[in-house]
Design a protein around this ligand. Structure first.
Ligand code: 13P
Length: 264
């Protein structure tokens, strides 16, 4: 059975002091669970200080963004090369980056390749907007996002990628509508089908797929119970240590319920 992955995306919140305080609370409230992997994605600014303070038995770090070139005259940018000693994962293709920073399918493809080249596992976010959903384009949008993003990877490299399905309309800041488990299940199955066509059935089965979009301590169990869902990408609820600790605890309970039932 795969380890459940719970990722906290702190987005552009918390200065160095605030991030350190939250980390200390999380250390207190979250025990180490062997089968649950907990990843924190703070702002780039605080990755370095947090990397010194973090208990690596409990947490791993992720970058929220970086530039796809390794070094050079790119004023203001931070590269994956600079982050390689600090982080295990990098979020790539988040809808806020696609929408607010005009990241294209090709930009995202280059970032996925740069992360892999620098030994960082990408958490590739995909998801349709409300308009695309209304127009019946969910399938094609997600297919294109995946095929382009992974275009430069070999089948060995692909096994290091995590995919997060985050319907834009379900993210708290873009409306936060509640996604139905059935709809999520369909999209996750479709993602595995696309991966299977590209890289074969074994890779498709093994790749971890998360759900993200207004996940909190009350809804997490429902989402983790969706067939094929291997974890959660959490935004606003991850800024509250009680809520995030409850999310991790729920993931733990769910994981062991499934083991006892013999699922997976
Ligand atoms: P919310 O959990 O605030 O909806 O954010 C989801 C998200 O964008 C995580 O990357």
């Amino acid at each position: 059975m795969k380890r459940t992955l719970v990722v906290a995306n702190w987005k552009m919140n918390l200065n160095t002091h605030e991030a350190s305080t939250l980390l200390h609370r999380l250390h207190e409230y979250i025990p180490a669970h062997r089968d649950i992997e907990v990843v924190l994605a703070p702002s780039t600014l605080v990755l370095q200080p947090l990397s010194i303070e973090i208990d690596r038995r409990k947490f791993r770090l992720a970058a929220q963004n970086a530039y796809h070139r390794d070094s050079g005259a790119f004023t203001g940018e931070v590269s994956y090369t600079m982050l390689r000693e600090l982080v295990h994962y990098a979020i790539v293709g988040h809808s806020e980056r696609r929408i607010y920073f005009n990241e294209t399918l090709e930009t995202i493809r280059d970032k996925v390749a740069a992360a892999i080249r620098n030994d960082i596992d990408p958490i590739l976010c995909v998801g349709e907007t409300k308009q695309e959903r209304t127009d019946g384009e969910t399938k094609i949008v997600i297919h294109d996002q995946i095929v382009t993003a992974l275009a430069h990877l070999t089948s060995e490299e692909i096994s290091r990628v995590v995919i997060a399905y985050e319907p834009v309309w379900a993210i708290s800041t873009f409306g936060g509508e509640v996604a139905k488990p059935d709809d999520i299940e369909k999209v996750i199955a479709q993602i595995r089908h696309t991966i299977s066509e590209l890289y074969g059935a074994t890779v498709a089965e093994d790749i971890r797929i998360l759900y993200g979009g207004s996940v909190d301590e009350n809804s997490v169990t429902t989402y983790l119970a969706v067939p094929g869902c291997d974890g959660a990408l959490v935004g606003s609820a991850s800024l509250n240590y009680r809520k995030f600790a409850a999310i991790v605890e729920a993931a733990y309970q769910q994981h062991y319920t499934e083991i006892i039932r013999g699922d997976g």
